[in-house]
Design a protein around this ligand. Sequence first.
Ligand code: UD1
Length: 430
Amino acid sequence: MEQYVIKGGIPLIGEVEIGGAKNAALAVLTAAVMCDEPVIIDNIPDIRDIGVLLDSIKRIGAKVERIGKHSVKIIGKTIDTVRVDYDSIKKIRASYYLLGALLGKYKKAEVPLPGGCNIGIRAIDQHKKGFEALGAKVKIEHGMIMAETNSLKGCHLYFDVVSVGATINVMLAAALAEGNTILENAAKEPHVVDAANFLNSMGANIKGAGTDVIRIKGVKSLHGTEYSIIPDQIEAGTFMLAAAATKGDVIVRNVIPKHLEAISAKLTEIGCQITEEDDAVRVFGNSELKHTQIKTLPYPGFPTDMQPQMTVTLALSQGTSIVTETIFDNRFKYVDELARMGAVIKVEGNTAIVDGVRKLTGAEISVPDLRAGAALVIAGLAADGYTVIDDIQYIERGYENFDEKLRQLGGQIKRVTCEKDIQRFKLEVC
Ligand code: UD1
């Protein structure tokens, strides 16, 4: 079993380079199957979720050629089935983008319904509503969601909830529909914009991505392109909060500072110094941090994917902070683990009341999901003594070389596979 062992209490200091955005890459790689010509995509993160998606794209017959650690060539011409098998989808929810992509291109798609999720209910009704508005018949049977039509027709759709997944999925199908589509109450996340920019580089006609109204003029077909994925806002935010929680001084490079504004604003509010360059953000956290209130919201609000990392930082700040989670209903599972490290946090419904403590202490803890895992690593780096973290496969779904990047900042962390490795690490760092 892979684990991280950490000796905490050392401020992170130095520079870290951020990779391509996982959530943008998942959408863009899927969209790439929508044309028959070769598509080259650069700056994809080398992480488990991307490997799983590329595998599911291969399984429907597309050619997938890795042309570098962070680049891939995809040729959608050879696709021979519109039925995605369960093995592909059960590992990552985002393979449901294949529904929009295949429906747009072939007017038919069958994708297993994504199963339950560690962070809460993940409904799919807005995806279904969008495909139906485009004229598809959508059925849910035998664990599959099936969509089919003779032709997709542009529509005027108002989403009932702001959903990243539904916005991207419906946008994919609408790109190849006849006529104009208007999507209202659309998600505005940077990865929605990246997916739209990518589709436009393949010849789609999409305007307004990044606002809550997206206008799509359907085109007959898409062509090959070469495209580079945007930097990962959540990876960047995670390192920013690791700097704050350990009272360090870190320059986070290769970022779009605008995408990090909600995080930078909260860090400034609790007493960190933030400076921005064109493509970098510096976080200087060498002072007592203060309490605040956080409410997760769709972009440009505070991202739910940064909520656990922020809660860990507030657990080490003076006073009582309130963290309200409005996007997912089961996103405080990590709090019990954090309490074992000495954090004082009470969860009531979708709110965590965080009484800041002066220090956390290392413990043996388990990771419940991806972002909570990153947060627990931050807790271990800030805590006194040793922390051993189980179930790090969740973290590796979304962070490339996480331990290595933290070591470059002076973090004492190692990926280990047995008790002997842990003992060796303790001898090395003592
Ligand atoms: C995406 C991100 C995920 C992030 C989330 C919110 C990817 C691959 N994942 O997930 O990291 O945490 O956005 O920023 O990009 N909902 C419905 N009906 C639907 C769809 C969603 O009610 O048809 C609800 C969900 O239950 C949830 C909320 O809308 O409460 C937001 O979900 P959504 O934005 O769709 O999240 P994902 O796209 O799954």
